[in-house]
Design a protein around this ligand. Structure first.
Ligand code: GTP
Ligand code: MG
Length: 191
């Protein structure tokens, strides 16, 4: 399915009326700097829709983008960003946990994004624990695959599959566009 329209609606830092308008959420989550915002831009074909950054910690609110007038793509801040101020980091962590546990948001699908070189970290395993506990359906996306050779990539995929056997694993590069059409089809074919 094509994306014909995508527009920024609002960024929230806590409870908000946008959570009760009945529009289904597809939420993008992952460690800081893995390319959540870049993937959202690649999926919608709009390079400047979500703000991306060279430094981790670019996204600081939960941002809602209305796609095809029908879904929200929800761009969350990243977790596990070690270089940020402790107070800010804790605030973002709480915001992410609130989104997944308060019951106010009921994401139809969660896209958990990993960075190809780092693979599955302790932070990701904790996040998967929260998603499972709350029963949020998720898929795992390995992004920045352009940074690995085919051999390295095969090794990394084997490792992740071993650790997270029960979830689907897609490979993408927001940089080269690899896997982006497949991810879009996967997400929008879930009516
Ligand atoms: N090589 C490569 N770089 C990428 C890819 N995707 C994103 N990047 C780069 O990674 C950096 C971080 O991208 P963002 O999209 O801001 O990452 P984010 O996960 O939204 O980060 P936070 O909002 O800080 O949590 C930017 O410099 C992007 O250009 C990719 O597939 N390949
Ligand atoms: Mg971001």
């Amino acid at each position: 399915m094509d994306i014909t329209s995508a527009e920024f609606v609002k960024g929230i830092r806590g409870t908000d009326e946008v959570l009760s308008d009945g529009i289904p959420h597809i939420a993008f989550i992952g460690r800081s700097n893995v390319g959540k915002s870049s993937i959202l831009n690649a999926l919608t074909g709009k390079k400047e829709l979500a703000r991306i950054g060279k430094k981790p910690g670019k996204t600081t609110e939960i941002n809602f983008f209305l796609v095809n007038g029908k879904y929200y793509f929800v761009d969350l801040p990243g977790y596990g960003y070690a270089a940020g101020g402790k107070k800010d980091r804790e605030k973002l962590r709480k915001l992410i946990i609130w989104y997944f546990t308060s019951g106010e948001a009921k994401p139809r699908k969660v896209v958990l994004i990993l960075e190809a070189k780092a693979g599955l970290t302790e932070f990701d395993e904790q996040m998967i624990g929260v998603l499972k506990e709350k029963g949020h359906p998720y898929i795992i996306v390995l992004n920045k695959v352009d940074k690995l050779s085919q051999k390295e990539l095969s090794g990394m995929i084997a490792k992740i599959t071993q650790a997270a056997v029960d979830s689907e694993l897609l490979q993408t590069s927001a940089e080269t566009g690899r896997g982006i059409d497949e991810l879009r089809d996967r997400l929008l074919g879930i009516e």
